[in-house]
Design a protein around this ligand. Structure first.
Ligand code: C2E
Ligand code: MG
Ligand code: MG
Length: 257
C-alpha cells in the first residue's frame, strides 16, 4: 500500500443545542488503484494493524487533517473548530508521539487544544505500559483524549479511570436503537449523564433520524455526529457545511421535514 493512495474524508460534529458544526472527524479511505473506488477502513486497516503499517497511516492522516484544520480556522476566525483523529493503540507505543503532535500543530498554526485524539477503547490493551505516559503528555500539551465507541469495550469504565479522558463518543450501536425500547434508552441516558458528571465532552455517534436527535437532546447530550447531518465528505464539502448551521430546534426540524 502506498501512503499516496490515502484519502481523508471529514464528518461534521454538530452542537445539538445550536446546530453549529464545532468539529470534524478525519476518516481515512484508500483509493483502489485499478477501480479508483474509495475503500473503507474495514477493508485495509485490520491488515495494517497487524503489520504495524497503521502507524504510518495515522501519521499521514494526522498531517493532512491538522493541516486542513489550520486552513479552516484561518477561513473562520473565532469559530475555534477542532479536529478528531483516530489513533490506533499501536501509535501509543511511540514515545515520540507527543513531540510529533506538538510539532505538527505548530507547523499547521493550530493550538494543540484543537486536536482530539480518538482512542478506540476496545483496542486500548492492558499490556501497553507506555500508553498512559503518552496520553498524559498529549493531555499536558492541551489535546483532548476521547474514548471512541464508548460502551462497547470490555472495560469502558476502567478506561475512564485509567486514562486522562476528556470525552466519550457513545457508540453507534446504542444511538441506532434509541426509541426502540426503554432499556436501551436508559443505558444511553446513563452514559450521557456519566459523561456530563465527569465534565467531559459527550458525543453521540451514528445519529440518523430526527427521532434519535430529539431523544438525545432531551437527554442533554451536547454533541452528535451521523448521517442525519452528513456522511463523511471531502474537505471542500465540509468547508461548505461550515457556512451554515443544521436545523436542530423543534420548529426548524418540523419546518424542514
Ligand atoms: P469511528 O472512529 O467510530 O468512526 C465512525 C464510523 O461510523 C465511520 O466509519 C463513519 O463513516 C461511520 N458513521 C458515521 N455516522 C454514521 C451513521 O449515521 N450511520 C452509520 N451507519 N455509520 C456512520 P468509517 O469511516 O468506515 O470508519 C470505521 C472505523 O475505522 C472508525 O470508527 C475508526 O475506528 C477507524 N478509522 C477511521 N479512520 C481511521 C484512521 O485514520 N486511523 C485509525 N487508526 N483508524 C481509523
Ligand atoms: Mg472515531
Ligand atoms: Mg466510533
Amino acid at each position: 500500500m502506498l501512503l499516496d493512495q490515502l484519502v481523508v474524508l471529514y464528518q461534521p460534529v454538530v452542537d445539538l443545542r445550536t446546530g453549529a458544526v464545532v468539529a470534524a472527524e478525519a476518516l481515512v479511505r484508500l483509493r483502489d488503484q485499478t477501480t479508483g473506488a474509495l475503500l473503507a477502513p474495514a477493508r485495509f486497516l485490520p491488515a495494517a494493524e497487524r503489520s504495524g503499517q497503521v502507524t504510518a497511516i495515522d501519521r499521514r492522516v494526522a498531517e493532512i487533517a491538522v493541516g486542513q484544520l489550520g486552513r479552516w480556522r484561518t477561513a473562520h476566525p473565532g469559530r475555534e473548530l477542532t479536529i478528531g483523529v483516530n489513533v490506533s493503540v499501536r501509535d501509543l507505543d511511540d514515545l515520540t508521539l507527543p513531540a510529533r503532535v506538538a510539532a505538527l500543530a505548530a507547523r499547521s498554526g493550530v493550538p494543540c487544544e484543537a486536536i482530539i485524539i480518538e482512542l478506540t477503547e476496545t483496542l486500548a490493551s492492558p499490556e501497553g505500559r507506555g500508553h498512559e505516559a503518552v496520553l498524559e503528555q498529549l493531555v499536558a500539551l492541551g489535546c483532548t483524549v476521547t474514548l471512541d465507541d464508548f460502551g462497547t469495550g470490555f472495560s469502558s469504565l476502567s478506561h475512564l479511570q485509567r486514562f486522562p479522558v476528556g470525552g466519550i463518543k457513545v457508540d453507534r450501536s446504542f444511538t441506532s436503537r434509541l426509541g426502540e425500547g426503554s432499556r436501551n434508552d436508559r443505558v444511553v441516558r446513563s452514559m450521557v449523564r456519566l459523561g456530563l458528571d465527569l465534565r467531559v465532552h459527550v458525543t453521540a455517534e451514528g445519529v440518523e433520524s430526527v427521532a434519535q436527535l430529539r431523544l438525545l437532546q432531551e437527554m442533554g447530550c451536547p454533541y452528535g455526529q451521523g448521517y442525519l447531518f452528513s456522511r463523511p465528505v471531502p474537505a471542500g464539502e465540509l468547508g461548505d457545511l461550515l457556512q451554515r448551521s443544521f436545523p436542530v430546534r423543534l420548529q426548524q426540524v418540523s419546518a424542514a421535514s
